[in-house]
Design a protein around this ligand. Structure first.
Ligand code: BEZ
Ligand code: FE
Length: 288
């Protein structure tokens, strides 16, 4: 093997990593090397800049734990997460589009019945989301699971707090006719975590670090593609410049304010509440 020079180092590294035992790993690693080297050459990366980048990555690792996902956040604000979502969720016409998972999903939310109030008494305006889960054929899907999570009025997810029980998250299931109904509190827009290396980098730009008001869903049904998505409030702040590029027109829905009346779960209110109606459309898994 020749010794490395500025000219041959990329080929040497590519050849070495092409020996990966798994063919896909070899494809990925050789491409990563080519693009990283091309980037370093293009900007004439200095040693000081290189060590700054290494320290930034170290800090991102050090601030991460089983609840904080600084690398996912970095991927989100760089637009990489949304690019991967778009490439892997080429949806059938009419299917509900996917968007970013984000760093705050927690596995194992409790299974709860139709209309259950997942706010657990946390302060906020009562909020109902109701509708039907359907197939792209139009058929309603009974028994589909809707894993739902959201932030509180201060913009905090359970994963950001020191709590021991499920907070503002639950798993609902559609009824025989494909309908679902959840109760929570109205979600508000919030700032992404700015106290780590991602926030430090963003603070050196003009980037708005807010997300528009939304609630998260992960839908699962046998024979259908899993759908990770959100519903966004129509007309809410930051809808045009979501820091993680997650907004999609088809996911923007009216959050209707009521002064009083009967909520979708049948509860009568003499105070205000908010409702949203949304039918999710899942696409069947296609045989290759
Ligand atoms: C979220 O919506 O939970 C989220 C997504 C990406 C980055 C930060 C938060
Ligand atoms: Fe969120």
């Amino acid at each position: 093997m020749p010794y490395a020079t500025e000219e041959n180092i990329t080929d040497l590294a590519v050849d070495r990593w092409a020996t990966a035992h798994d063919a896909r790993l070899a494809t990925i690693m050789t491409s990563v090397i080519k693009h990283l080297h091309a980037f370093a050459r293009e900007v004439r990366l200095t040693e000081k800049e290189w060590i700054t980048a290494m320290n930034w990555l170290t800090e991102a690792g050090q601030i991460s734990d089983d609840k904080r996902e600084e690398f996912i956040l970095a991927s989100d604000v760089l637009g990489l997460s949304m690019l991967v979502v778009q490439m892997n969720n080429r949806f059938f016409p009419g299917a509900t589009p996917a968007t970013v998972l984000g760093p705050f999903h927690i596995d194992g939310s409790p299974a709860v019945p139709y209309g259950w109030d997942m706010s657990g008494g946390i302060e906020g305006t009562p909020f109902f989301v109701a509708g039907t889960v359907r197939s792209t054929t139009g058929d309603p899907l009974p028994g589909a699971v809707l894993d739902v999570w959201q932030a509180d009025a201060d913009g905090n997810y359970e994963a950001q707090l020191d709590v021991n029980e499920a907070r503002l998250r639950a798993k609902y299931q559609t009824r025989e006719d494909g309908t679902y109904c959840l109760r929570s509190i109205v979600p508000l827009g919030y700032a992404i975590p700015m106290d780590g290396p991602v926030g430090e980098l963003i603070s050196r730009t003009d980037i708005s670090y807010f997300r528009p008001s939304h609630i998260h869903f992960c839908l699962e049904e046998d024979g259908y593609e899993r759908l990770v998505t959100h519903l966004f409030a129509e007309g809410t702040n930051y809808i045009e410049n979501d820091v993680v590029f997650g907004t999609k027109q088809e996911l923007i829905t009216k959050f209707v304010e009521h002064d009083s009346g009967v909520a979708p779960d049948g509860t009568a209110f003499d105070t205000s509440f908010v409702t949203a109606e949304y039918d999710f459309v899942l696409q069947p898994i296609e045989d290759c």
